[in-house]
Ligand binder design. Structure first.
Ligand code: ADP
Ligand code: MG
Length: 362
């Protein structure tokens, strides 16, 4: 099911009664979610992700704008008629019901021609339980399950109605690190197997990058950039997106374009003949540094961390916005730790320039 968001806006009255300003939780959101894809909706806490999801589900009504499911305008349709499955961070299972009963719960109250027999409901529950791999746990109660298993039950319960759209709001946030990785791969597999159009909300860029066909990056209610995860990483539209994606994060410096050269401090670090003279923010991905004894970019060596496959070099530079510059170099390289300084050449594809005022990519 293709979902179209047109000029979608949601304003809330200010909670502070003295202030008259309203909160614009979602500001003129335009996007087409292609049929059968998994979209990651990404941004820091409070940027409007849950509100966007609630508008799509119908739990909240937009202040203005439209939502289409396929050709149908669902903007005014109540949630129960939208054919959606919802999963939240807290699994919200019924503690006194078995896993089986929790899964069949949304099927129980169907009336008239939609009414299902007990055998039909059990069959549907068995089918989704197998899909999310909890078919061996059907007679247990939620208290007898791990967090990861409980979240699978919640996903099964959302899927049993055979929704056209699956909406997941930070579904992995209550799980520990290892389970989070495992469950996110599971969600990807389930989404691929069912082909259900899915929106996955998270504040965790790593999570969104790893499972999404496309990501939407939001800040303060406004969409900053949309695209395939790798494309957004390789070509961020602005400084916010550049900083939000990537671990370790991008290194940011104050710099200056002058006579076709990019300067960081006194060092002319890169050729940039196509740009006019101006002050800029310079973003350099950790993998954008190459060790070179005669490299143009000089930093004060802070320390070296060997982390599995990579070597992480910590250094200082007066133009850096952060106290430490973190660069990642291949494990084959060796760093002379007795030297007070370290010199790098920069990989042009990993260096981004941003307008000093608007912070837009230039
Ligand atoms: P996220 O899910 O990205 O953390 P939300 O969509 O929950 O963000 O919230 C976006 C903004 O809207 C926040 O500033 C939040 O305080 C505000 N907000 C959300 N729900 C309400 C509400 N019911 N009443 C007033 N303000 C709200
Ligand atoms: Mg939220």
């Amino acid at each position: 099911m293709e979902i179209v968001l047109q000029n979608l806006t949601k304003k809330f009255p200010s909670q502070d009664r003295k202030k008259k300003e309203e909160v614009v939780a979602v500001d003129n959101f335009n996007f087409v979610i292609p049929d059968g894809k998994l979209i990651g909706l990404l941004g820091p806490s409070g940027c409007g992700k849950s509100t966007t999801l609630n508008l799509i589900s119908g739990l909240q009504k937009p202040t203005s704008g439209r939502i289409l499911f396929g050709n149908e305008d669902v903007t005014k349709l109540p949630p129960e008629y939208r054919g959606i499955g919802l999963v939240f961070q807290n699994y919200a299972l019924y503690p006194h019901l078995t896993v089986r009963k929790n899964i069949t719960f949304p099927l129980e109250n169907r009336k008239g021609r939609e009414r299902l027999t007990k055998a039909q409901m059990n069959e549907m529950a068995d089918e989704v339980a197998k899909l999310v791999q909890i078919d061996g746990l059907m007679e247990r109660r939620p208290g007898e399950l791990s967090g990861g298993q409980q979240q699978r039950v919640a996903i099964a319960r959302a899927l049993v109605k055979r929704p056209k759209v699956l909406l997941l709001d930070e579904p992995l946030s209550n799980l520990d690190a290892r389970l989070r990785l495992q469950t996110r791969d599971e969600i990807r597999r389930i989404q691929r197997e069912t082909g259900i159009t899915t929106i996955f909300v998270t504040h965790d860029q790593d999570e969104a990058m790893s499972i999404s066909d496309q990501i939407v990056v939001m800040k303060e209610g406004v969409v900053q950039q949309t695209g395939k995860p790798q494309e957004v990483y390789d070509s961020p539209a602005n400084l916010f997106v550049a900083k939000f994606l990537g671990t370790p994060p991008i290194n940011v410096f104050e710099g200056r374009v002058q006579s076709g050269q990019l300067y960081i401090g006194k060092d002319a670090v890169l050729d940039c003949s196509a740009r006019s003279d101006q002050d800029v923010w310079v973003g350099i991905r950790p993998e954008g540094f190459a060790l070179r004894e005669d490299g143009p970019f000089c930093c004060e060596l802070g320390g070296v961390e060997v982390m599995g496959r990579d070597i992480s070099v910590l250094s200082r530079n007066p133009a850096s916005v952060n106290p430490m510059v973190r660069s990642i170099i291949g494990a084959g390289s060796s760093v002379d730790t007795s030297s007070p300084t370290i010199r790098f050449a920069l990989r042009p594809g990993k260096v981004f320039l941003f307008d000093k005022k608007t912070e837009a990519r230039i």
